[in-house]
Design a protein around this ligand. Sequence first.
Ligand SMILES: NC(=O)c1ccc[n+]([C@@H]2O[C@H](COP(=O)([O-])OP(=O)(O)OC[C@H]3O[C@@H](n4cnc5c(N)ncnc54)[C@H](OP(=O)(O)O)[C@@H]3O)[C@@H](O)[C@H]2O)c1
Length: 322
Amino acid sequence: MEYIRLGNSGLQVSKFCIGCMSFGTPGVLFPWCLDEEKSEAVIKKALDLGINFFDTANVYSNGEAEDFLGRAIKKYANRDEVVIATKCGINMDPHHGPNQTGLSRKHIFQEVEKSLKRLGTDYIDLYIVHHYDAFTPLEETMKALNDLVVMGKVRYIGASNFHAWQFAKAQAIAEKNGWAKFISLQNPHNLLSREDEREVFPLLKDQGVSLTPYKCLLGGRLARKDDEVTSRSVTQHPSSKRTYTDDGDDEIIRRVEELASKYACSKANIILSYELSKEPIASIIVGTSSPERLEDTVRTLDVHLTKEDLAYLEEPYLPRKF
Ligand SMILES: NC(=O)c1ccc[n+]([C@@H]2O[C@H](COP(=O)([O-])OP(=O)(O)OC[C@H]3O[C@@H](n4cnc5c(N)ncnc54)[C@H](OP(=O)(O)O)[C@@H]3O)[C@@H](O)[C@H]2O)c1
């Protein structure tokens, strides 16, 4: 495994991070989620492969993903070596009551305690705000996060699903007040969706912040073999399906297949190798449905795309219209 520092911090993470959204009783969040035994097998395989970075959230299967991860880490890992990231700020229940979502001081403090309990740990390595909250003053959110760092409940902070202006504003508030700043941003990015390269990438590079992208395999749609049927593929909702109808998408996918055959590797290896080549990406969050998938994913580190390959993959891309 290869390790890299996250942003300008001293925190060392593996180049792959296990996305824990797939962990939980099937049907609670998604029908294709893995029960505890299967989740544990993936976590154990990740640790055996040298992966030390795990990304979860309070809302994944109503907290079960944190429960599963916490128990598996206790069983198989040295807590000092692993980096646990979890998130707060989203509530999947549309009928939730007041103070049950968002990034107020009250809600953040409530959620961090629940996450610590479920994870069975005294501290969270990277505490991520899941979404920008337009209703809470950003000063309140950044002060609450800073206080968690000072209290020792959280080591570092990160953001997710922020636009460039939102991220820049948050960092400026933290800077002005001498508070902890975000060391990472978790946004979607893949060969077919590269919108963040316009505003977000230059901002992160300028500020020494890492991107930890998610949805790099588009929920598996970009990486499965054409005839491959998995429990996720058959239950993926058509309305959530990013169809390859945009000009250029079909050609990009064809080129991924061509390079996979040139390098005798999987499509996932080409797609993930491409992601790792892009600054400011440090570590890729991968959703993993089995230990075998993960073994394949990690083989990406043996694939070395040339500058020409990378340009060839990008060439057909047409920026999305708003
Ligand atoms: N911050 C946010 O708002 C947010 C939102 C969504 C996700 N996330 C994070 O990102 C993580 C990943 O999300 P995701 O699972 O939706 O996206 P993904 O990583 O794009 O897709 C994962 C799927 O790709 C397939 N796959 C994985 N490795 C493969 C390989 N080597 N070869 C072929 N197929 C492979 C698997 O599908 P099969 O089941 O078909 O094997 C797997 O379920 C989540 O667990 C979560 O931590 C964050």
